[in-house]
Design a binder for this molecule. Structure first.
Ligand SMILES: Cc1cc2nc3c(=O)[nH]c(=O)nc-3n(C[C@H](O)[C@H](O)[C@H](O)COP(=O)(O)OP(=O)(O)OC[C@H]3O[C@@H](n4cnc5c(N)ncnc54)[C@H](O)[C@@H]3O)c2cc1C
Length: 438
């Protein structure tokens, strides 16, 4: 019987002709070759945490849940080879066992490695690049079922393309990553006046290894996460404190506020101020992978834009004003993060110091007017949307924002001329398949 698939946010669904679950690279290659023989297109899927239609297909969906092994670890060099389907929480736990860690992480770890890399998933920290920048090489199964080994020395263009590929070049079976010695993070969360923090933003970002700001809508406050890397021994918070700050407030508390806000949209500014009032200072000192990752139980949808770092404070102020001026019933904070530039052709941080501005709306609530308003602001800064989060751009509007656009397309035309790995989303944002199949 046909299996129905849906993403984490439960807003993207499809019924693939079949779902393949390879247990190793050979089975993966056979599955792709079989799909092509049957005239079906192929879509790799990770954990389904993208908000866009990136994973949807009526052809063959390739689920790599059975490909999660760590294949090789060189603790001296930090080079680690893994199967592409490995979940980030499993990868970081195994790395920790070898005294290693990922250089940086985003704020959850339930994604697959391949899915996170394919959309340029990032964390925060002006000295750190997004996760895909630490890919040394990979193995890619193409539409012929052939397996290509791709690294900077042997195939520099394919390597810059495959690091952030949206699954449009083929299915990646293995990655080799550069990891770093395990480290701890000391993080302090506190609520502060928005004006003071924004006036001091550059210094705060430079002064911390990882700095993140959450602007609390309908208030003049922001919640800041300020983190330093440290060798000090771990001192995790007490269980009750951790539960209250990591689980009760961001999950049950936010969920209840959102339910109330949907019943009484006019009361949202008051609810938002009440939510801001219960947030307090919270401190963590623990292994990096434990501090980075959060549990997210309230389903939501999200848009996130990468803009030149210099515009961060101004862009954030404009989004805050948009919410107030249009009286938008928004309860989720506006998130501001920072990364260093990198050189993957489709990296949202390609070639520029980047600030990421993210907005969210609880699942089921109207989001389009809000997100279109935010997108219009981000367009003025040559914003590049997160490939896994909602946006309304097309290949025509995106191409001028990526200096490596044509280089990516040349690799795509060479590796997937027939568009075996193109679905509707890929056709919209990257253009139709090179040989004209849309
Ligand atoms: C609660 C939540 C928190 C998030 N936090 C962050 C964050 O902090 N920072 C951030 O940048 N993003 C964040 N995201 C976005 C998320 O990291 C990306 O959408 C990511 O792509 C999801 O990974 P996934 O494994 O679920 O991939 P999926 O959504 O399943 O797939 C994403 C893309 O990867 C492709 N793909 C999957 N496997 C392969 C493969 N083997 N070879 C080639 N292509 C492949 C798919 O075809 C698709 O195009 C968050 C999302 C959610 C829901």
């Amino acid at each position: 019987m046909a299996e129905k698939w849906r993403n984490w946010a439960r807003q993207q669904t499809c019924t693939p002709a079949r779902v393949e679950r390879p247990a190793n690279e050979e089975q993966l290659s056979d599955a792709v070759a079989r799909a092509v023989r049957d005239g079906l297109r192929v879509r790799p899927v990770g954990s389904g945490h993208s908000f866009t239609a990136a994973c949807l297909t009526d052809g063959v969906m390739v689920d790599q849940t059975g490909m999660q092994r760590v294949l090789d670890v060189d603790t001296a060099s930090g080079l680690v080879t893994v199967e592409a389907g490995i979940k980030l929480h499993r990868l970081t736990a195994e790395l920790h066992g070898h005294g290693l860690a990922l250089e940086n992480q985003g704020d959850i770890d339930t994604q697959s490695l391949a899915g996170a890399l394919a959309t340029a998933t990032h964390g925060t920290g002006e000295r750190f690049r997004n996760l895909s920048a630490n890919v040394i090489g990979c193995r890619l199964v193409t539409a012929t079922g052939e397996v290509l080994t791709i690294d900077e020395a042997s195939a520099p263009d394919a390597w810059r393309a495959a690091r952030v590929s949206l699954g449009a070049l083929g299915v990646i079976s293995h990655y080799t990553l550069r990891c770093v010695p395990a480290f701890r993070i000391h993080r302090i969360d506190e609520v502060r006046p928005a004006a003071a923090v924004l006036a001091d933003l550059d210094r705060l970002v430079a002064a911390h290894d990882h700095f993140e700001l959450l602007a609390l809508p309908h208030t003049d406050k922001v919640l800041t996460y300020s983190s330093q890397r440290t060798d000090r021994p771990a001192a995790p918070p007490g269980r009750l404190t951790a539960w209250w700050n990591d689980d009760a407030l961001p999950n049950a508390g936010l969920g209840a506020a959102c339910r109330l806000g949907r019943l009484l949209p006019g009361a949202v500014p008051g609810i938002a101020r009440a939510v801001a009032g219960v947030l307090g200072r919270y401190e963590q000192l623990d292994d990096s992978h434990r501090v980075y990752a959060h549990r997210r139980r309230v389903r939501f949808t999200e848009m996130e834009y990468a803009i030149p770092r210099a515009h961060a404070a101004e862009a954030l102020e404009r989004v805050r004003a948009l919410i107030v001026d249009r009286r938008l019933p928004v309860l989720f904070p506006i998130e501001l993060r920072f990364t260093a530039p990198d050189d993957a052709f489709l990296s949202t941080a390609h070639g520029r110091d980047t600030a990421y501005v993210a907005v969210h709306q609880v699942a089921g609530a109207e989001y389009e007017a809000f997100f279109r308003g935010v997108e219009a602001i981000m367009d003025e800064y040559e914003g590049r949307p997160h490939w896994g989060k909602r946006h309304f751009q097309t290949a025509a509007t995106l191409a001028p924002r990526y200096p490596g656009w044509q280089d990516f397309q040349a690799v795509r035309a060479r590796l997937d001329p027939e568009g075996t790995f193109t679905n509707d989303y890929v056709a919209r944002v990257l253009g139709p398949a090179p040989a004209g199949r849309s």
